[in-house]
Design a protein around this ligand. Structure first.
Ligand code: SAM
Ligand code: DTB
Ligand code: SF4
Length: 347
């Protein structure tokens, strides 16, 4: 059942070191390898992904992560998918930042609901030192004190800011690469693909785990999808979690009229991600409200082991928590416990 690619990967991991940058020297995976995987017959691909999954993860666990937008709208970037960009007329109105108590009340509700990771998002181009960032640091401390894993997504940051987040107890930083290097300028012009990689390097250097993935359904080619996954898989070390988002088309954004993603493409992306990144948590992320239960089961079979849980993502809808609980139960899955560090702090 093991493919040569899977074996090559295992060898590459054994000899890897823990630097923060894309692997120096020859890349772990080349274009043709990843594309060959993506083009496999779907059932064969899912079989291989499932085998990799079972080798590296418990077969019955799903991580439940809850998102909260702590600073909504009015963002200076021009990401064409995003309802929070100030460049587009969408129904999302800029709001002032939530206060720490409001955020911690949400985190408490998320924990009561069964979530183990709380992820706070801000519609910022980049982190700026000052009172707003200090508030985020307090939010991180408060979330950690509850025994939850803490994640933030705040845009670009430098090494010192990453260090401050690490000192506050942050577990993970979410920063997506969204698409391939080649396709990037057709989606975002106000920053570069290398800006994104630089922030991921700063996060890694500070000792925070990396959460980075991308979006499908933005008009990209199959090669763009493969290149996006290849960039993530060639990071050394690989990201600890990889969110795979299906575009949520939002009125007013340039991508509002994109046709819906074929759910089987999502399955394919997840399977390839699982094979290339055996240890990573692959998160079935935005776009689940457009998926049937059956499509979501296929995604889990292909190696997804994490979801966003709670009825809102940042500004758009996510399935109702009650429906997700029923789906998890019907799949015979259980919620993954929080990581050791946050469980220890809870005691
Ligand atoms: N401003 C920060 C940044 O961009 O890094 C953090 C918040 S931003 C909203 C987080 C991520 O949400 C984006 O990088 C993108 O991958 C995802 N996202 C935003 N709008 C989306 C949409 N309409 N559909 C799918 N994913 C989306
Ligand atoms: C990611 O890759 N997906 C999440 C998370 N990172 C922060 C966000 C999805 C947001 C979808 C659009 C919205 O709700 O505004
Ligand atoms: Fe701003 Fe992030 Fe939205 Fe881009 S994705 S416009 S950086 S909030």
């Amino acid at each position: 059942m093991t493919s040569p690619l899977v074996e090559a990967h295992t060898l590459a991991r054994r000899s890897s070191n823990a630097s923060a940058k894309p692997a120096p020297g020859p890349e772990k995976f080349d274009r043709a390898q990843v594309r060959a995987l993506y083009d496999k017959p779907l059932l064969q691909l899912v079989d291989e992904a499932r085998a990799v999954h079972l080798r590296h993860h418990p077969d019955n666990e799903v991580q439940l992560c809850t998102l909260l937008s702590v600073k909504t709208g009015g963002c200076a970037e021009d990401c064409s998918y995003c309802p929070q960009s100030s460049k587009y007329e969408t129904d999302v109105e800029p709001e002032k930042m939530l206060n720490v108590q409001e955020v911690l009340a949400s985190a408490r509700r998320a924990k009561e609901m069964g979530s183990t990771r709380f992820c706070m998002g801000a519609a910022w181009r980049e982190v700026k030192d000052g009172p707003a960032f200090d508030k985020v640091l307090d939010m991180v401390r408060g979330v950690k004190d509850m025994g939850l894993e803490a994640c933030v997504t705040l845009g670009m940051l430098d090494e010192k800011q990453a260090k401050k987040l690490k000192d506050a107890g942050l577990d993970a930083y979410n920063h997506t690469i969204d698409t391939s290097r080649e396709n990037y300028p057709s989606i975002i012009t106000s920053r570069t693909f290398d800006d994104r990689l630089r922030t991921l390097g700063n996060v890694r250097e500070a000792g925070i785990t990396v959460c980075s993935g991308g979006i499908i359904g933005m008009g990209e080619s199959n090669d763009d999808r493969c290149e996006m996954l290849r960039t993530l898989a060639n990071l050394e070390p690989q990201p600890e979690s990889v969110p795979i988002n299906a575009l949520v088309p939002v009125k007013g954004t340039p991508l509002a009229e994109m046709p819906p993603v074929d759910p089987l493409d999502l399955v394919r992306m997840i399977a390839v991600a699982r094979i290339l990144m055996p240890h990573t948590r692959v998160r079935l992320s935005a776009g689940r409200t457009s998926l049937t239960r059956e499509a979501q089961v296929l995604c889990m079979l292909a190696g997804a082991n994490s979801i966003f849980y709670g009825d809102t993502l940042l500004t758009t809808a996510n399935p109702e928590a009650e429906d997700d609980r029923a789906l998890i139960r019907d799949m015979g899955l259980v919620a993954m416990p929080p990581s050791v560090s946050s469980a220890a702090e809870a005691e």
